[in-house]
Design a protein around this ligand. Sequence first.
Ligand SMILES: Nc1ncnc2c1ncn2[C@@H]1O[C@H](COP(=O)(O)OP(=O)(O)O)[C@@H](O)[C@H]1O
Ligand SMILES: [Mg+2]
Length: 259
Amino acid sequence: MYTFTMGRCIVITSGKGGVGKTTVTAGLGLALAKNKSRVIVVDADITLNNLDLVLGLEGNVVYDLNDVILGKCRLSQALVQHPNTSLRLLPSIRGEDIPLRDFRKVMLELKEDSDFLLIDCPAGLDEGFTRAVDSASEAIVVTTPTPSAIRDADKVISVLNKMKIKRASLVVNRVRGDLVVEGSMLSPEEIANLLKIRLIGCIPEDDHALDYTGLGHEEHSLAIKMLARYISVGSGEIFDATDNFRGLLGGLRRILKKV
Ligand SMILES: Nc1ncnc2c1ncn2[C@@H]1O[C@H](COP(=O)(O)OP(=O)(O)O)[C@@H](O)[C@H]1O
Ligand SMILES: [Mg+2]
């Protein structure tokens, strides 16, 4: 018997810009796709669209979301296939103004064709945010351990609570394990407690350039993999960025980090 299932639609949001929404969307999308899920990632950030670049797919973009809405191409033609995984990207172009109703219609079609539909949300809380969140039933709030990012995450969470999002969860990005051990950076757990939201992921600060064409640095990929697992299963272990900085060797690593 054929059972019809709609994909889980998850919006990746933050309030503040530059905290890692696009990086998390790309990494998570690839990690989920490697686990044999059908994944579609949507660039709903119309002001700073760069999901194609982070995924190394910018050279393959022919059509975009606006072309689909204007009827210039079919939805399937606009989707860019990732070369090594099942991930597909729906790109957008800078500055296009997309009515909520049209966006919703496209997202509905994409949900029917995927297991996971990940929407990369723009910063801020204006109509771009509302449009990106509208189709999702789950939200991942990304923050960094800085006061301004945490305050913006708090604002986003209170707005999400008033919308029809069933579940909002937290990912803390750019965590420096050495600073957490020393007590000069809040831990992801402390941030989640402050924000009163479920923590599902911790992504360490990566000193190396993040490059999703090659899938980034080892620790970073592990943290993303753990996040993908948490999301698929609904529970699981969270990456511990402090692990390398405890004990005698950890103390040495902390000192070396400062040199
Ligand atoms: N864990 C990390 N470690 C180091 N740099 C990061 C990390 N996450 C994101 N970045 C960098 O931060 C910048 C902003 O990330 P991006 O994903 O574009 O943020 P957003 O989409 O929220 O604006 C990028 O240059 C990205 O490479
Ligand atoms: Mg972005």
